[in-house]
Design a protein around this ligand. Structure first.
Ligand code: SAM
Length: 410
């Protein structure tokens, strides 16, 4: 362990500004990077040992993939009995580390973010230390977007991981520009590949046939029920409402929408196997249902051009799309939604990590703000609902709470 790392284990109590802040500043000013990891220290030490004893192994597999940064050491060492004064000093130390370029989203040797560690040390999601981390994440994400000339690049917490099946926000490229590749992981990441992939309806899920990506799973039923209710701005007048759902999947939300007997219920769906299933299940015969076959990128612009339909509620839950697609969607929905209308979406943005989920919660607020809209969240506990993920390739939701977004014009 380096002197910087040792200092961040808080060997002296109480944690005083006079003891810790000048020392931390000194190490960083001397040139120790704020991203200097325990793995780098270990590799350096092994290299030194290796010079004396060339038979030693240079680096273990764990060391190659994890990045235990000074912030991880600080969070892991945070005393459980820390008092308010000490907390302020730690906050100042975190801010100094960020000033010197510390990263917010690295994963340590236990596959944890600094956010995970702070939560374990009794700092909840509203605590100043956790908020400081979230703010750093938001700034980094917005800065990265500026540097990319406006294009969204979701900051990946673990580049070795595969694509996130639902709302694949983690991948930096634009699905439109990607050529289909014969890669098993590509269905979740690439819309062209996904739309050519065979799907399979199981009792509790819709999955891709070849590589078992979860397109939709019935553990989301409660979320869909809650969302369907909020899509009707006037609960007493559901019979006169016109609703649009983008992405049919298992038809869970559409069934809840139908139960409220809307005047018109538009469903936009792009995948041929899903459209086939909708035919089999009689969705084409329902009097108040209008099916828009094709990608929303194609069908909704047509509606916009015609200028004849405006929606009370719009829901968005697709697959193999990226956060950039959602930004593109905002351009369309502001023209299709009534002034008092509601927009909502399945919020799995960054939900494989608490910290990323919180960062994206804020990013959405900022983005819809640019369209004159506001996003109110209601938090629901998911303890009961979350599946064991045995039947799908990869879990896409690991938080045990859900931020339901309710977006309206200001
Ligand atoms: C997660 S499922 C939707 C689940 C749905 N909310 C439910 O309650 O069952 C995603 C659906 O979006 C469809 N989809 C993906 N990309 C789309 C696009 N660009 N336009 C329209 N539908 C799309 C998929 O084929 C899939 O049926």
């Amino acid at each position: 362990m380096s002197e910087l790392h040792s200092l961040l284990t808080f060997p002296e109590r109480p944690i005083s500004k006079s003891y810790y802040v000048p020392k931390l500043q000194h190490f960083l000013e001397c040139g120790i990077p704020a991203t200097y990891t325990l793995e780098q220290v270990a590799a350096f030490e092994r290299e030194e040992d290796d010079k004396c004893n060339p038979t030693l192994e240079v680096c273990s597999d764990d060391d190659k993939t994890s990045n235990t940064t000074p912030l991880h050491v600080l969070a892991r060492s945070l005393p459980l009995d820390i008092n308010d004064e000490e907390l302020q000093v730690v906050l100042e130390m975190m801010n100094i580390l960020f000033e010197y370029g510390a990263g917010w989203n690295f994963i340590d040797y236990e596959d944890k973010t600094v956010g995970d560690l702070l939560l374990e040390r009794n700092q909840d999601r509203e605590s100043p230390l956790y908020r400081c981390l979230v703010e750093a994440g938001i700034s980094a994400e917005l800065l990265l977007r500026k540097l990319n000339g406006g294009d969204v690049e979701f900051l990946d917490t673990d580049e070795s991981e595969e694509a996130n099946p639902e709302q694949t926000t983690k991948l930096p490229f634009d699905s439109e520009e990607q050529e289909p590749v014969a890669d098993n992981d590509a269905t979740a990441a690439n819309q062209k590949v996904y739309l050519q992939t065979k799907l399979e309806y199981k009792d509790d899920a819709l999955i891709t046939k070849d590589n078992k990506d979860g397109v939709m799973m019935d553990w989301e039923t409660k979320i869909m029920e809650i969302a369907s209710k909020t899509l009707f701005p006037d609960p007493k007048a559901t019979g006169s409402a016109t609703i649009l759902n983008i992405g049919f999947g298992m038809g869970i939300i559409d069934t809840f929408i139908q139960a409220q007997k809307p005047y018109r219920h538009y469903i936009c769906e792009a995948h041929p196997d899903v459209l086939e299933k909708m035919k089999e299940d009689g969705w084409y015969e329902k009097n108040n249902v209008v099916i828009l076959e094709g990608r929303w990128q194609d069908t909704l612009n047509k509606l916009l051009d015609e200028g004849e339909v405006f929606f009370d509620g719009i829901y968005y839950d697709t697959f193999s799309e990226h956060y950039q697609d959602m930004l593109d969607l905002y351009d369309v929905i502001v023209g299709l939604i009534k002034p008092e209308g509601v927009f909502s979406f399945f919020n799995g943005l960054g939900a494989d990590r608490s910290l990323c989920y919180d960062v994206y919660k804020n990013i959405v607020e900022i983005d819809v703000g640019n369209y004159g809209m506001k996003c109110d969240y209601t938090t629901y506990s998911l303890d009961e609902q979350l599946p064991d993920w045995n039947d799908v390739k990869r879990s896409y939701f690991n938080c045990n709470y859900y931020y339901h977004p309710h977006i309206t014009f200001v």
